[in-house]
Design a protein around this ligand. Structure first.
Ligand code: GUN
Length: 353
């Protein structure tokens, strides 16, 4: 691969034993029939029509499910799963993300290691580290925290991570698996996976419904589009928009949507006139703004108060989608350790040689 040999650990020998999956391996079991909203993760707020989705509560439930599975593994004499995060440079936001993942892993009884690399680390050095981690049987999941310093080719490093340890789901083989109708065999990026889990656990219907996504990145909008329109996964009609979609067109698309998902980083992009009564509005924006008192506050893409008077369900920022992303990284690591994904990369590896 790109002039460098990347050794992937063959998995096929370990795939035969029965495993218990946490949650359902099907991402969104198709629901054609009448259904009732599950209120377990929804909170009512005085004066607000929509129910607020409690992302921390769902993340805690997922972490406990993962923790139970780890206890069972350990009781059977297996080691706890091990997630290794590689943090290059000293970006404060990256430090916070990595430390949140390590804390969550710790709470679940998962081992978590953070490898700190200086901002001047060369690309070759980082690739050599990834190669070592790929071949370390004591490591289940590898997460190379982004952004990487500008002298490093990010794509080259991400594609060097073994697809079998790719907790981020960024490797082309994982993308290929879920794009080719095999989502339960793939590692799927944590943010879209968290959003699908939220829709599923709230029992919000997608079959035959319309979803409008404001985002086209491969880690969010592209993945969500692929999974939400797929046969037997979401079965929805997906309207994909992005930062260059004219505002009137965005409005036309959003107004048709039963579910609106916005991840643009543009504060108040989604306004009440764009939202259909009774829609689910999922805000993935994380935008720091300065308040009048000079403090930094995190807000989202949605004009929250007015939209919350029309939507049936809305995710707050912070406390909505954010906690789920971390929980899904941890759950992906468990899946890898349980060898519960039915992929076999040995043949891909052999084809390359
Ligand atoms: N930096 C910000 N979000 C992410 C993510 O989801 N994965 C990685 N590896 N780095 C990030």
């Amino acid at each position: 691969m790109l002039g460098r040999t990347v050794r992937w650990r063959p998995l096929c020998a370990q795939l035969q034993r029965p495993v218990t999956l946490v949650g359902s391996p099907s991402l969104l079991p198709t629901r054609r029939y009448a259904h009732q909203l599950n209120e377990e993760f929804l909170v009512e707020k005085p004066g607000i029509k929509a129910k607020l989705f409690d992302g921390k509560k769902l993340a805690n439930v997922i972490n406990s499910e993962v923790g139970e599975e780890i206890k069972k593994m350990v009781a059977q004499g297996e080691r706890a799963p091990h997630l290794v995060a590689v943090l290059t440079g000293d970006d404060p936001a990256s430090k916070t993300y990595v430390s949140n993942k390590a804390k969550s892993a710790d709470k679940c009884g998962m081992n978590a290691t953070t490898i700190l690399k200086d901002g001047s680390t060369s690309e070759e050095e980082l690739l050599a580290l990834v190669d070592d981690l790929n071949n370390d049987d004591g490591v289940d999941g590898i997460l190379v925290q982004l952004p990487l310093p500008s002298h490093i080719n990010t794509n080259r490093v991400m594609q060097a991570v073994s697809p079998a340890k790719d907790v981020d789901g960024f490797h082309i083989h994982n993308i290929g698996l879920y794009c080719s109708g095999n989502p339960s065999s793939a590692l799927i990026p944590a943010t879209p996976l968290g959003i699908l889990e939220m829709i599923k656990r709230c029992n919000f219907p997608t079959f035959g419904k319309t979803v409008c996504i404001a985002n086209r990145t491969k880690n969010i909008g592209f993945t969500l589009n692929t999974l939400l329109h797929s046969d037997g996964t979401g079965d929805a009609t997906v309207l994909q928009t992005h930062e260059h979609t004219p505002r009137e067109q965005l409005k036309t698309n959003c107004r048709q949507a039963d579910i609106v998902i916005s991840a643009t980083g543009i504060h108040k992009l989604i306004t009440a006139d764009m939202v259909k009564e009774g829609a689910m509005v999922i805000d993935v924006g994380i935008i720091p703004i300065k308040t009048k008192s000079g403090k930094i506050k995190i807000v989202g893409d949605v004009d929250f108060e007015p939209v919350a008077q029309k939507a049936a369900v809305i995710t707050p920022v912070p406390g909505g989608v954010g906690p789920l992303t971390v929980a899904m990284v941890i759950r992906n690591t468990l899946y890898i350790a349980q060898k519960s994904l039915r992929f076999d990369f040995k043949s891909i590896h052999e084809d390359k040689n």
